[in-house]
Design a protein around this ligand. Structure first.
Ligand code: SF4
Length: 227
């Protein structure tokens, strides 16, 4: 059942300007990260597992090493658990490595070694939650689906709900994101990356940098702050 106070994207006056501004900003300020240069599902998946609890700078260091050792899903599926753990060493949270390894075996067994392209199927795999499922569907397969991580949730909450209390439920943010995400897959890819990047670089958790934010005029929170 829809939440009675859920803002619906088509009715939100600031939805289109927000999308336009965040995309324009991303085109000039988005970081050139290795996993943004690929649409290879396995490579996107590995980056998403690593980024779950590790900072971008550290993932940048470990990502190419891991891929050099396990260049594809099949190689990873056939690896010994110890080898996977060794390659993950230094990233911490080893449950992710175990899940990734299990996932590789599961996809090899059940899906002929090809990662599914639908979020509903991806979310059934080991270690894959709603965000990772959306991220792989969008970033690898360019599906027009939302991918809401903590950065995206924070940005959308501040822009579209302001400081309204109580804070919107996660399902409301997902519904909002689903309404905002462009229908064109390539544009959806950029939109998801852009909102995430805004949350990582400008709309940060503790002290959002509103005066320099590209979407400030469309943001319920930022509009109240003097530039
Ligand atoms: S104006 Fe401020 S609160 Fe709004 S999105 Fe930008 S940084 Fe976040």
């Amino acid at each position: 059942m829809p939440h009675s106070s859920t803002p619906r994207a088509p009715k939100l006056k600031n939805a289109q300007p927000f999308t336009r501004k965040v995309l324009a900003w991303y085109a000039r300020a988005g970081r050139d990260l290795p996993w943004r240069r690929t649409r290879d599902p396995y490579r996107v998946l590995v980056s998403e597992f690593m980024l779950q609890q590790t900072q971008v700078s550290r993932v940048r260091e470990y990502y190419p090493r891991f891929l050099a050792r396990f260049p594809d899903l099949e190689t990873l599926a056939q690896a010994k658990p110890r080898a996977v753990r060794e390659a993950w060493d230094g990233l911490g949270y080893y449950a992710r490595a175990r899940n990734l390894h299990e996932l590789a075996k599961c996809v090899t067994r059940r899906h002929d070694g090809t990662l599914p392209d639908e979020a509903q199927e991806l979310v059934e795999l080991p270690g894959v939650g709603p965000y990772t499922a959306g991220a792989v569907a969008s970033f690898a397969y360019e599906k027009p689906v939302p991918a809401v991580d903590t950065n995206v949730a924070r940005v959308l909450r501040r822009v579209f709900f302001g400081s309204r209390l109580p804070s919107p439920a996660s399902r409301d943010i997902w519904r909002l994101a689903a309404g905002l995400v462009p229908k064109n897959g390539k544009r959806a890819w950029r939109f998801n990356q852009a909102v995430m990047e805004l949350g990582a670089l400008i709309c940060v958790a503790r002290k959002p940098r509103c005066p320099e934010c590209p979407v400030r005029t469309t943001c319920k929170t930022g509009r109240r702050i003097r530039a």
